[in-house]
Design a protein. Sequence first.
Length: 385
Amino acid sequence: MTHSDILIIGGGIAGMSAAYFLAKAGKSVTVLEREDQPGYHSTGRSAALYSETYGPKIIRKMSTASRAFFLTPPEGFSENPILSPRGIIMTAKPGEEAELDAILSEGRANGANFVELTPAELKEIIPVLHTDQIAKAAYEPDAMDIDVHALHWGFIRQFKSRGGTLVTKADVSAITRESGVWTVSLSNGASYNGDIVVNAAGAWADDIATKAGIPPLGIVPKRRTAVMVDLPADVDAHGWPLVACLDETLYFKEDAGRLLVSPADTTPTEPHDVQPEELDIAITIDRLMTTTSIEVRRPGESWAGLRSFFADGDPVSSFDPADDSFYWLAGQGGYGIQTAPAMGEYAASIITGNDVPPQMEKLGITKDALSATRPTLASGKQELQ
Ligand SMILES: Cc1cc2nc3c(=O)[nH]c(=O)nc-3n(C[C@H](O)[C@H](O)[C@H](O)COP(=O)(O)OP(=O)(O)OC[C@H]3O[C@@H](n4cnc5c(N)ncnc54)[C@H](O)[C@@H]3O)c2cc1C
């Protein structure tokens, strides 16, 4: 049986980014991934967006802390740039102006660049938009697309080149601990030993904890749907920013000459290989046709993925309160890709007994803010989305 310093369960972006930084810190690491493709679940189903103004507070800080890695990744990490220009336009309906203003002033205070657009200017950029129900809009030119595959496989390749082991088709079925050593057993009969277990199982994070005899944290997976739509021949969407309604009912972005459209649904569900529901596809198309002049006769391919949340909407990255050899790396919500470099580095630092990395400390990231015992539930503060 192989023994590693650290066993990571889950080979999505969370597990692989932590694995990369742990291997870089000189640890022996084995990642156990149930599927034959490590990006099969949430990591491979995202909208691939990077925005420093999107998401709750710690997420925004983690996104900012990730920027340097995205812009100048380590040598040999990726052949192509990981980020490419996209931009976001947020639209506010009548009555939502103050909400948009609040986002703009907070973003600007943190150095974000926003350009306010009148409905007429908006129409010039996205001619298909019905602007009669839009009171105000803001353009964030610095939002980027992420090449998720390049990022994920950059972590995997460099992790392996440092001696790390990624085992696929490794369905973790039992987790026990004896004399300070974890034994993680697979449904195919194999088992692995390690000193520390990192739970990076995404939607299955609570399930993995339960298998290890650790109380679950109440991580809730929520389904989100995406549908591809063909554009009429006379609509050239090349270079369009992503358009998002402030009330989180719809967003769309150009993708290889078509539109990727999502109703921004957040339906709580059990962890499973989630598929899109017919009703959600119909809602997506209906909202697109109400918001734009695009006629959709037949939707293209669609998919759904799970975005998993802790109670207050921010992620958890800490040892379990009752067991300092079981580490939670969970609850990345809808932001796990754009925060992965900083979240991976942070987790590796804490797991190896170090403190919050200095560049993150400067941004105001604290251990308390990411701990599993932070007082969100006690205070009743909920930022579920
Ligand atoms: C439609 C949609 C749009 C999104 N858009 C964005 C976006 O624009 N920007 C952004 O930053 N984020 C976005 N996200 C969120 C992002 O995709 C997630 O936050 C991120 O992928 C979570 O990564 P993860 O590694 O935690 O989860 P996953 O990728 O799901 O990885 C968890 C892994 O654990 C494995 N696992 C589970 N149980 C076991 C077991 N028993 N044994 C072995 N392995 C196990 C699973 O097989 C899985 O591969 C979006 C998500 C969705 C669904």
